[in-house]
Write a protein that binds this ligand. Structure first.
Ligand code: APR
Ligand code: PHB
Length: 393
């Protein structure tokens, strides 16, 4: 097989890159080691930044998003006794976010790729990224029928997530990583119950952070800060609801309960690997960086990466201009570090360590400040709705 851009991974990064390239007449092949059913069922984050929604709409992926997604004009920040609203459009000149599950974005992307008859291989195995420092890199893999295949390409996009095979191909001597493991994890539940709130609630509590998010008008998504070593088996549904009741409590407000559809525990880490390019291998999305989920930046960051990469590849194929590709890593990393900081900051403000009373007072002071000072609230709001691409280029 021969293509222009070989893409490893059919998460949001790989699928959207393939879609953006196809719109510019650039061919790609996408390889995914999981099944289509698995990829479409994976429960992930659910908040799209203003510019993410704009991009998906501009490239023909906005129909279901606008029909089924929920526009949110702010968030609630809470601590015991107080629930305060941050008004995004008022603070950011009209920008807002949309609640629409990453799972739904992925389904829309897969439909679009398949409708266009694009090469999208699920259930592959043994993916190997080869000859990245040559002008003719290749990807070897075994297809779902067990046949060995080789995709010869001009460029490889490593969109294969944190545990993928692409990033390790960059020689250790040529790369650097930064990592922070947080002493917290999120226990997440998806529940068949109408949300009890109009907008997302991020709640500080001495027993640990809690959050009320949603997927639709009928499905709620809720999270509890737990210890990373916590066993999900120790959390029957009743215990989860009781703990959510305690941490999200506010006079005159009640949390609706419903059947739990899914529950799991996810550890939290920040991770950045640089550069995001080596030879003809370009990394995008979770393959190059991970942020903790507080602030919902992971998916949006992946979208920003592939938007830059698609622009750079378009300039190369249209005009032979490789400046964009040469500058890709530096440009992408500017935004990566901004969002890494924002996610770390939100995480630090909202997650509590039992017994650390000094830290609790600092966090409460910060929460009162961001909900009362227009300057502080604007800083949170502009990062949450997402800085325009040009602001971090
Ligand atoms: N060969 C082929 N595919 C692979 C391989 C491999 N060796 N290794 C991993 N993959 C696939 C995974 O199965 C997954 O479908 O690559 C895909 C990577 O997708 P994501 O992990 O969703 O990463 P990305 O597309 O960068 O999206 C970032 O996803 O994890 C969330 O929080 C993250 O929201 C952010 C978004
Ligand atoms: C989610 O709905 O899954 C979600 C929302 C906001 C976050 C993180 C996760 O900050």
């Amino acid at each position: 097989m021969r293509t222009q851009v070989g893409i490893v991974g059919a998460g949001p990064a790989g699928l959207l890159l393939s879609h953006l390239l196809a719109r510019q007449g650039i061919e790609s092949v996408v390889l995914e080691n999981r099944s289509q059913e698995y990829v479409e069922a994976r429960v992930r984050a659910g908040v799209l930044e203003h510019d993410t929604v704009q991009l998906l709409t501009d490239v023909g992926l906005g129909d279901r998003l606008h029909r089924e997604g929920l526009r949110h004009d702010g968030i609630h920040l809470q601590w015991p006794g107080t629930r305060a609203h941050i008004d995004f459009p008022g603070l950011t000149g009209g920008r807002s976010v949309w609640v629409y599950g990453q799972t739904e974005v992925v389904k829309d992307l897969i439909r679009a790729r398949q409708a266009a008859g694009q090469q999208l291989f699920f259930d592959v195995s043994g993916t190997a990224v080869c000859d990245i420092d040559s002008a003719q890199p290749a990807i070897r893999f075994v297809d779902a029928d067990g046949s060995e295949q080789v995709v010869a390409c001009d460029v490889i996009a490593g969109c294969d997530g944190f545990h993928g095979v692409s990033r390790p191909r960059i020689p250790a001597a040529a790369s650097r990583t930064w990592e922070r493991q947080y002493p917290f994890a999120w226990l997440g539940v998806l529940a068949q119950v109408a949300p009890s709130t109009d907008e997302l609630i991020y709640a500080w509590h001495p027993r640990g952070f809690a959050m009320h998010s949603m997927r639709s008008t009928r499905v709620s998504r809720l999270y509890l800060q737990v210890d990373p070593a916590e066993d999900i088996g120790a959390w029957p549904d009743e215990r989860i609801w009781d703990e959510l009741d305690t941490r999200l409590a506010l006079d005159g407000w009640t949390l609706g309960r419903g059947p739990v559809l899914e529950k799991s525990i996810t550890p939290m880490r920040s991770f950045v690997s640089a550069p995001m390019r080596f030879g003809n291998l370009f990394l995008a999305g979770d393959a190059a960086h991970i942020v903790p989920p507080t602030g919902a930046k992971g998916l949006n960051l992946a979208v920003a990466d592939v938007r830059l990469l698609a622009e750079a590849l378009t300039a190369k194929y249209r005009r032979g201009d490789t400046n964009g590709l040469d500058g890709y890593s530096d440009s992408a990393l500017r935004r990566v570090w901004r969002k890494t900081h924002f996610s770390w900051w939100m995480t630090s403000m909202l997650h509590t360590t039992s017994g650390d009373e000094f830290e609790h007072q600092l966090q409460l002071s910060q929460l009162k400040y961001v909900t009362s000072s227009p300057a502080a609230a604007t800083s949170l709001a502009e990062n949450y709705v997402g800085l325009p691409l040009d602001a971090t280029r």
